[in-house]
Design a protein around this ligand. Structure first.
Ligand code: UDP
Length: 380
């Protein structure tokens, strides 16, 4: 008998498991894949940590989370500065003075601000109602047309006018020559890869792989007092209210016998015609070197294709538009009636979580259990 059965060995499950185990609880973690680490899983290929389910760059402003992850990994000083390729024209991302200079030839921040203001006024947007209007009011129509529109429509498979504006607010806009993609105090890649980070989180905890929880639910539930479920919330309920929409991603990964393919970890192809959204060259997350500091002679690249999720595909991104948010709210109400089960993580909460927010959520979810147990221990 276990105190906790945790479904999913990704970041949410692994952090919750660590906290429970450290509090003396008996924990079993299961995952339907044959490996731990969920979508942050990395695999070594020719000394390169390949991000198998898409690039993950850790960044946070949360001191507690940063201190926490540093107990389980050492982070390098990688700073994300993607390059946008629009039909062969290269632009600096996120939107900063280098981008504005290349787009308009402007030299000073005042000139850039004036250009954006002029384009915003011409578009006549006062209160942005969707991603398109939000983007134009932040950076103007030229940048929207060349660097946002095509990429976003490929990424989400929907017109920008049908998407919520919060998605584009993830990207900073700066009137400085600062091309650090994230406005975060801390940033880096765990040395040795994310798989090792998760291995360290799960040290000493029983993990069983290749087990599909929903197929063996009754017998698995009988093993534990409480269940932490990090799979898709609609799948848990047998899609009984209908399926939530997700975006899936497909990767075409190649090992190339060349030391430098594109000179950067991420190049975004922002036109509508190129079928993939971006190319990741994994070795640049570790500055082209292996863990011993040797230069890597080869390179691994992944072309990333975004697609609508169908049953059997891997879900990656929740589509937090109005329709899906309303359906999720109904599933959430059902979830709240499951007294034995806690739903967490990107799929369990149908939320476009970053890694640090997932960890913060798992820590916050653990606290009430810890508090309750401490309180009961102190009862006479
Ligand atoms: N985006 C864009 N152009 C880019 C990069 C991003 O228009 O070159 C938009 C797009 O809508 C995307 C959103 O910004 O979905 C968030 O991008 P981010 O890089 O944060 O997404 P993730 O890395 O999570 O896929």
């Amino acid at each position: 008998m276990y105190d906790y059965l945790i479904i999913g060995a990704g970041l949410y499950g692994a952090v919750f498991a660590r906290q429970a185990a450290d509090a003396g609880k008996k924990v079993l973690v299961i995952d339907k894949r044959d490996h731990i680490a969920g979508n942050v899983y990395t695999e070594k290929v020719e000394g390169i940590d390949v991000h198998k389910y898409g690039a993950h760059i850790f960044h946070t402003n949360n001191q507690e989370v940063w201190d926490y992850v540093n107990r389980f990994a050492t982070f390098n000083r990688f700073t994300n500065s993607p390059v946008a390729n629009y039909k062969g024209e290269l632009y600096s991302l996120p939107f900063n003075m280098y981008t504005f200079n290349k787009m308009w030839g402007v030299v000073t921040p005042d000139e850039a601000a004036a250009k954006i203001a002029e384009q915003r006024a011409a578009a006549g947007i006062t209160e942005p109602k969707n991603l398109e209007e939000q983007a134009i009011s932040l950076v103007g129509t030229d940048i929207y047309e060349k660097l946002i529109k095509g990429y976003t429509q490929k990424q989400w498979g929907r017109p920008c006018t049908d998407l919520p504006s919060f998605i584009i607010k993830r990207l900073p806009v700066r009137l400085t020559f600062d091309n650090n993609y994230f406005n975060a105090l801390y940033q880096g890649i765990p040395i040795g890869g994310y798989t090792r980070l998760v291995e360290n989180l799960l040290a000493g905890i029983e993990v069983r792989l290749g087990i599909d929880y929903l197929e063996h639910k009754a017998e698995l539930d009988a093993l534990a007092e409480k269940v932490v479920y990090t799979g898709p919330i609609d799948a848990y309920f047998g899609y009984r209210l209908g399926a939530l929409e997700y975006r899936s991603v497909r990767f075409e990964t190649e090992l190339l016998d060349t030391p430098n393919f594109q000179g950067n970890a991420a190049v975004n192809f922002t036109d509508a015609e190129t079928p993939y959204t971006r190319i990741i060259e994994h070795k640049w997350f570790t500055f082209g070197k292996d863990e011993q500091g040797n230069d890597l002679p080869k390179t691994v690249i992944s072309r990333e294709y975004s697609s609508e999720w169908h049953p059997g595909d891997e879900p990656y991104y929740p589509v937090n538009d109005e329709k899906n948010s309303a359906l999720y709210a109904k599933y959430k109400a059902l979830a709240q009636q499951e007294t034995k089960v806690l739903f967490g993580g990107r799929l369990g909460e149908y939320k476009y979580y970053d890694m640090d927010a997932v960890i913060a959520a798992a820590l916050a979810a653990w606290h009430p259990y810890a508090a309750r147990d401490t309180a009961s221990e102190h009862r006479p």
